[in-house]
Design a protein around this ligand. Structure first.
Ligand SMILES: *Cc1c(COP(=O)(O)O)cnc(C)c1O
Length: 369
């Protein structure tokens, strides 16, 4: 079978090399490397794709969160609720933007923060909730939006792993006041370097974010306020425009792979498969299973040349970075998950026979045929 790769960017490149090479060459010939028409064109098509009015391309997904938080009209220094099961960028952006992170636990079936978990840590000082559509599965937005409305706070969506994901037919990113995406190479839509985007239906917020990402600039050498430099490269934008044309096919392929795993592993009592709500379109950035003997299973698969990952091995409040700053954080579900979750190979180049090979190896581990 050969090695089963967790992600396979070389194979993906081979499948679209002619289109990509043409686009890169045209940028090199024009020598316009930052902003310009390739970035505008990508922003417009990505806004269409996510069904929002505005998209602002920025340097990466972490900057997208920071700039989005900066552009949202909320009280400085307030608390923002972040799920304990996420990548550090979610909480890092909150602290860097001058807010206080409050960690919420996650649902024990979806591994996402829902209303119950957010409400448990909500205080008078809460100014925003940051649902993370982790692994490509939308958080329960209707409940979270209702909670936010009742308490007069805003919702900022971290959609870094959820390009094209839908909650009740609505694409993620446009339900809260603002949403952010990452185009880190390994994401479902990935650049050949760093890139990110902010999406919103609020024109004023979009304008503010665009200016912030370009030194607070309104026109050349006219700076309305101090911003920062986080612009999207033209080469990355051109690459993303090519890949966006393939994204629906790739996403449908990911969903077929997920179905195949779900069928092939359904009867294993020792393995917990992803729980997917019936009202969402999960885009399977990751396919995460849970098993008490996770480390042994991982070694078993590694011995058979099957690459796996752990997302994430340490719950955010348990990271060294938060060792002394969040003693109040109580997130037992996230902590327990960290020791049991395993991400199986999942990417747009994986064949169904490779999936069957992985499934067979897992069945063998549990002594099943
Ligand atoms: C990847 C990721 C980010 C950060 O994106 P970068 O482009 O790497 O800065 C933020 N949040 C989540 C959940 C992510 O997976």
């Amino acid at each position: 079978m050969g090695r089963v790769r967790f992600v396979d960017l070389p194979a993906q490149y081979r499948s679209i090399a002619a289109e990509i090479d043409d686009e890169i060459k045209s940028i090199l010939t024009s020598a316009r490397f930052i902003g310009g028409q390739p970035v505008r064109r990508f922003e417009e098509s990505f806004a269409d794709y996510q069904q929002v009015r505005f998209c602002v391309g920025v340097g990466n997904g972490t900057d997208a969160l920071e700039i989005a938080l900066d552009a949202v009209p909320i009280r400085c220094g307030g608390e923002i609720i972040v799920p304990a099961n996420s990548f550090i960028a979610s909480s890092e952006a909150v602290s860097r933007s001058g807010y206080r992170v409050v960690f919420a636990d996650v649902n024990c079936q979806t591994y996402l923060m829902g209303r119950e978990q957010a409400e448990a840590v909500l205080t008078e000082d809460t100014v925003a909730i940051m649902p993370v559509h982790l692994y490509g599965q939308p958080a329960p937005m209707e409940d979270l939006m209702a909670l936010a409305r009742e308490r007069g706070i805003v919702v900022v969506e971290d959609a870094a792993q959820a390009h094209g994901a839908e909650y009740r037919q609505a694409r993620v990113g446009g339900m809260g006041v603002v949403g952010t995406f990452s185009f880190y190479p390994g994401k479902n839509l990935g650049a050949y370097g760093d890139a990110g985007a902010i999406v919103t239906n609020d024109e004023e917020l979009a304008t503010r974010a665009r200016m912030t990402a370009n030194h607070g600039r309104s026109a050349k050498y006219h700076h309305r306020f101090e911003g920062r430099n986080s612009r999207m490269d033209s080469i990355q934008a051109a690459i993303l425009s090519v890949k966006l044309r393939h994204l629906e096919d790739w996403t449908e392929h990911r969903r077929r792979i997920a179905d195949r795993y779900l069928q092939g592993l359904a009867d294993l009592d020792e393995l917990t498969l992803p729980t997917v709500s019936s009202d969402v379109r999960h885009v399977y950035h990751l396919f995460v299973v849970r098993c008490p003997s996770r480390d042994r299973l991982r070694a078993w698969l590694s011995d058979r040349q099957i690459e796996t990952g752990i997302h994430y091995p340490v719950a955010l409040p348990d990271l060294e970075a938060y060792a002394n700053s969040h003693p109040e954080a109580h997130t037992p579900v996230a902590r327990r998950l960290a020791g049991e979750i395993l991400s199986l190979p999942m990417n747009d180049q994986l064949s169904l026979s490779q999936v069957d090979f992985v499934t067979g190896a897992i069945r063998e581990f549990f002594g099943k045929r």
